[in-house]
Write a protein that binds this ligand. Structure first.
Ligand SMILES: Cc1ncc(COP(=O)(O)O)c(C=O)c1O
Length: 452
């Protein structure tokens, strides 16, 4: 019999708790600061934006945080997600490496993002909130929150980065089908957006800018809370269902990974896959090489500085210590819209700073080349974001071949690319371009870092 291709868990194996890495971190994370006072913020500072239950999760040091049953029940629509052994990709690469991928593209909205969207929408509804405001880069997060809003009966307003809004009109239609309302950011719907448009009418937008608009929307609309799809600790926490399932599935396959890889925009799918494995490292000394893959056009982990910065462009968020290219930095309009972010999750940044994880940056054309090979071998058309993880996985498999080594590689194929066909078309007809690392723009943005 041929080796097994899919490792599938039964519905009752959906994890009952999220894994909180704060319980196992060897070094505690630096505090989040109030930009006005320079002092650590408390739950009261975050209360206007987030449901209290997720704020409690940010300060918790419990290793396991129970998943509420209505959220776990909604997870049943698509979880557990399958783990695949990429036999056909391995054969195409002629590598002795064993390549496994966790596939999150089978969720209703097409990526890992509903894992946290459902949790955030549920907690908001429990606290009497009727409307959520958010930003979206690739459109994947906005679609996930729109879906979660439909599940839990909440209105959803999405500020979609202009570059993605233009590249992916059907993502907007999907969000509207779920019942959300969507505008291109910068928009005329917030004061900040109107100011940006007055100065730069053809602005392509950025995640940092769309976050500012969503926050401004939240504080000016009663009954509204802000939701976000990455960066914050509680978002990463909700994604740990991915890694927990993968531990059980790798055991079914009878293998331990040598290398674990995720793409990193704000860090949530990367953390979701890798934190439960890193927890083993911290508790039992298990050794894995853990790699974050990011775009050359926005390489916060590989080329940014580790400093206190704002999460958004208008400087409305608290100050967090993270790898950043400067909150004024607007990345080039690459097609991996979800990776077009100036910063990185503070937890992922801390792990990089402490040497627990590595990071690599890759150009978009090489990523699309990997994505096309994956489609032609494994059949799945990847979203542009996880092609970064795929490209690093392929490089690892080719290195293993060079070294004559049976390396076991696990990566997160965190979304499908069915709404990214414009980008694939441009790659296939040879008009997709790479962007060099924008040295001057980053230097300018870093010069404006807040003094802490
Ligand atoms: C499919 C996909 N992958 C990855 C990302 C990047 O986010 P994160 O680093 O939080 O996983 C996004 C963000 O929009 C996305 O849509």
């Amino acid at each position: 019999m041929a080796d097994r291709t899919k490792y599938v868990l039964d519905e009752d194996r959906i994890p009952r708790a999220w894994y909180n890495i704060a319980a196992d971190l060897p070094v505690p994370p630096p505090p989040v600061l109030n930009p006005g006072t320079g002092q650590p913020i408390g739950p009261a500072d975050l209360a206007p934006l987030f449901p209290m239950e997720v704020i409690k999760q940010v300060v918790s040091t419990e290793r396991e945080i129970e998943i509420p049953e209505p959220v776990r029940d909604a997870y049943r629509l698509y979880r557990p997600s399958p783990l695949y052994r990429a036999h056909r990709l391995e054969r195409a690469l002629d590598t002795p490496a064993h390549i496994y991928y966790k596939y999150e593209g089978g969720s209703p909205s097409g990526s890992h993002k509903p894992n946290t969207a459902l949790a955030q929408a549920f907690y908001a509804r429990e606290e009497g909130v009727t409307r959520l405001a958010t930003e979206t880069g690739a459109g994947q997060w906005g679609s996930a929150l729109a879906f979660a809003g439909a599940v839990f009966g909440l209105e959803v307003k999405v500020y979609m980065v202009r570059a993605s809004y233009d590249q992916k009109p059907y993502r907007r239609v999907l969000m509207e089908t779920y019942g959300a309302s969507v505008v291109a950011s910068p928009s005329l719907d917030t004061e900040y957006g109107r100011n940006v448009l007055a100065a730069t009418p053809d602005h392509t937008g950025s995640l940092g800018l769309a976050i500012s608009e969503a926050i401004q929307d939240t504080v000016t609309h009663p009954g509204t809370k802000y939701s976000l799809g990455s960066v914050f600790d509680f978002v990463l926490l909700h994604q740990t269902v991915i890694g927990q399932e993968s531990i059980e599935q790798m055991a079914m396959a009878g293998e331990e990974p040598d290398v674990i890889i995720g793409c990193a925009g704000g860090g949530s799918n990367f953390a979701g896959l890798t934190f439960p494995w890193l927890g083993r490292t911290f508790r039992d000394g298990a050794e894995y090489r853990v790699i974050a893959a990011e775009p050359e056009a926005a390489p916060s982990l590989t080329r940014g500085v580790y400093a206190y910065d704002f999460g958004d462009t208008a400087r409305m968020t608290p100050l967090v210590k993270m790898h950043t290219l400067g909150s004024d930095f607007i990345p080039e309009p690459i097609h991996a819209g979800g990776l077009r972010y100036h910063g990185m999750s503070p937890l992922v940044s801390l792990l990089k700073e402490e040497g627990n994880i590595e990071a690599r940056s890759v150009h978009q054309r090489a990523c699309f080349e990997a994505g096309v090979l994956f489609a032609r071998t494994e059949g799945i058309l990847p979203a542009p974001e996880p092609t970064h993880a795929l490209k690093v996985a392929i490089d690892e498999a080719l290195e293993a071949k060079e070294a004559g080594e049976a390396r076991v590689i696990l990566f997160n194929m965190c979304g499908h690319g069915h709404f990214d066909l414009t980008a694939y078309q441009r790659y296939l007809d040879g008009t997709l371009e790479d962007y060099e690392y924008p040295t001057e723009k980053v230097a300018e943005a870093l010069a404006a870092l807040p003094r802490v």
